[in-house]
Design a protein around this ligand. Structure first.
Ligand code: SF4
Length: 170
């Protein structure tokens, strides 16, 4: 589509981004039981670690970073290095092969770090629990601040959970 048509369409039809979801009440209650906020301000840098997921959770997280949900406009952004991160977002059950990498990545995040378990598998191993290659949920390896449930969780649910985490950190 020519640029002038695209500009005209966007001016006429208005803003295309989904409205930001409200902070998730269940996530806020879960967070209230944990450590107090660390004054990390109004933005959080996220380092994502896939510990053995089917990639369903990554697809939804990727959708949350796209123009429709626009994770960045909430002050959230994904970073390439754990040394630049405030929080780890972990997907999938923790496979035996990924456990050492998860521990090393968590050690590389500056303190105070936060850990978000994203999806049912990250919660308790999900449909992979009990298999020989899986250690279990993220909570069996690291202290988890927030679990965002779902198989997979929708982008809106992911944003609502992360919003609750940001609210706690103010
Ligand atoms: S929670 Fe569901 S979508 Fe996410 S990694 Fe597990 S099986 Fe895949």
């Amino acid at each position: 589509m020519p640029l002038n048509h695209l500009l005209f369409r966007n001016i006429v039809k208005g803003h295309r981004t989904e409205p930001a979801p409200a902070s998730d009440a269940h996530a806020a209650a879960e967070l209230a039981r944990g450590a107090p906020g660390a004054g990390l301000g109004r933005s959080l840098a996220l380092r994502v670690v896939d510990c053995g997921s089917c990639n369903g959770c990554e697809l939804e997280l990727h959708a949350a970073t796209g123009p429709a949900y626009d994770l960045d406009h909430l002050g959230l952004h994904v970073v390439a290095s754990p040394r630049h991160a405030d929080a780890l977002v972990v997907t999938g059950p923790v496979s035996a092969n990924m456990e050492p990498a998860l521990r090393r990545t968590a050690q590389a995040v500056p303190r105070p770090n936060r850990v978000v378990a994203l999806g049912d598998c990250a919660g308790d191993g999900g449909c992979f629990a009990g298999t020989y290659a899986v250690k279990g949920g993220v909570g069996q390896i690291l202290p988890v601040d927030l679990h965002i449930p779902g198989c997979p969780p929708t982008p809106t649910r992911i944003l609502a959970g992360l919003r609750a985490l940001m609210d706690r950190e103010r």
